[in-house]
Ligand binder design. Structure first.
Ligand code: NHR
Length: 192
């Protein structure tokens, strides 16, 4: 939202939608004059029912792109097919390592010397869609999940706006199952 405004993208954030009524992002949206909606998963009998209502609400805003940000519900294949090639996620690991949850704890447990974050298109298979951009950060002596996740988060705040901007500018190209930048811009960020 901030990058879109500050950098004058040819885009607008149509809405912020959460499954959690208390999500901080809803308040942020309200403060920035962006529409909000809540679809509380607890009030649906099945994942299919929840995803159907979520899709109905999303489509009411007619977005070109769906951006998952801290969204923690596994999406059904019908839902991911509906938004194929127009839904992004940011996952806090260097995929394909550490799909799923507790990525930082697992990277530390494995003694990894680098960690990072991946922006990818969302497919039915969890954390397996085409990679748009990755950032690498060092794992430092004495790190715990909190210090490592904070370092990764600074990288997240750089590559997610960049990735969304590329989508908005139509700068991403599909090469079979893979995604490249049309003009060869670096799809990685290496932080030290
Ligand atoms: N859905 C599909 N089909 N594919 C992806 O790539 C998805 C997805 C839904 C969410 C984000 C993801 C992440 O980047 C994401 C990617 C939640 C879980 C999970 O296990 C896993 C991965 C991600 C998000 N969720 C539990 C569930 O039963 C609930 C966990 C909780 O509520 O704390 O849905 O990490």
């Amino acid at each position: 939202m901030k990058a879109c405004q500050a950098e004058g993208w040819p885009a607008e954030v149509a809405a912020v939608i959460s499954n959690r009524p208390d999500a901080g992002g809803l308040q942020f949206a309200v403060e920035h004059g962006v529409a909000t909606a809540v679809v509380d998963h607890k009030t649906y009998a099945s994942r299919e029912d929840f995803d159907a209502e979520l899709a109905r609400v999303i489509d009411s805003f007619a977005p070109d792109l769906v951006v998952l940000a801290g969204f923690m519900r596994i999406l059904t294949p019908g839902f991911t097919a509906r938004y194929a090639r127009r839904m992004l996620n940011i996952h806090p690991s260097l995929l394909p390592a550490f799909t799923g949850l507790h990525t930082h704890e697992r990277a530390l447990e494995m003694g990894c010397k680098v960690a990072g974050v991946t922006v990818h298109f969302v497919t039915a298979e969890l954390d397996h869609g085409a990679i748009v951009m990755q950032a690498v950060v060092p794992v430092l002596p004495g790190d715990d999940a909190k210090t490592l996740s904070a370092r990764v988060l600074t990288a997240e705040h750089r590559i997610y706006p960049q990735s969304v901007r590329w989508f908005v500018e139509d700068a991403l190209a599909w090469d079979g199952e893979r995604v490249t930048h049309r003009d060869g811009a670096a799809q990685q960020l290496l932080l030290s």
